[in-house]
Design a protein around this ligand. Structure first.
Ligand code: ZN
Ligand code: ZN
Ligand code: ZN
Length: 194
């Protein structure tokens, strides 16, 4: 029953199997690398793309009056995609994203069994999912780099501490040697003088 224990090429959420048509993407989720199918990538990242044209929302390129947020979930659509005929000044009816309108909605429809052709929407869906996965993995790489840098800094501090300790030890040894030497000299001097 537990899909997570299934083969590693299954989606961690819905258990869908990697096929020629359904790609399983690596996604970073709460510091873990997960495997999500195209549909689940999009369902897990509703705020990152327009559910109508499947363009990704690049950081803050979309002015607030050009976007519409789903009434029920964080999905954000282009206003012009949902209500093409309205101007940005007009108020619009509430927006429900495709998933909130239909619980069984899937973004990616499998290709035609006979021709193997993928429709334009599914092709766009795949691009959106792959780009979200790429963004997520480059964030993961940045996080790993951050960890690596932190560990490198910690290692440098540890090396510096070890070096200082060694230098300290060397100083103490040298001082003791000096004292011994001086002591010997003075003692010897005293002995010689005696
Ligand atoms: Zn899935
Ligand atoms: Zn759009
Ligand atoms: Zn929604």
């Amino acid at each position: 029953m537990n899909s997570r224990q299934a083969s590693p090429s299954n989606c961690d959420i819905c258990g869908a199997t990697q096929t020629l048509s359904l790609t399983i993407h690596n996604i970073r989720h709460r510091a873990h690398i997960r495997r999500y199918c195209t549909n689940c990538v999009l369902k897990q990242h509703p705020g990152l793309f327009c559910p109508i044209c499947f363009d990704l929302h690049e950081d803050s390129l979309l002015a607030p009056h050009h976007r519409l947020m789903c009434v029920r979930c964080p999905s954000i659509a282009h206003r012009s995609c949902v209500f093409p005929s309205t101007t940005s000044a007009e108020s619009t009816p509430p927006f429900f994203c495709p998933i909130c309108l239909d619980g069984n909605f899937i973004f990616f429809s499998p290709p035609d069994r006979k021709t193997g052709a993928v429709d334009v929407q599914s092709a766009k869906v795949l691009v959106a999912a792959a780009r979200i996965a790429a963004l997520s993995m480059s964030k993961a790489a940045a996080a790993a780099r951050f960890d690596a840098e932190r560990r490198a800094r910690e290692a440098a501090v540890a090396r510096k501490r070890a070096k200082e300790a060694l230098e300290h030890l060397a100083e103490i040894l040298a001082r003791e040697q000096d004292e011994e030497l001086n002591g010997d000299v003075s003692a010897g001097g005293r002995r010689r003088g005696a």
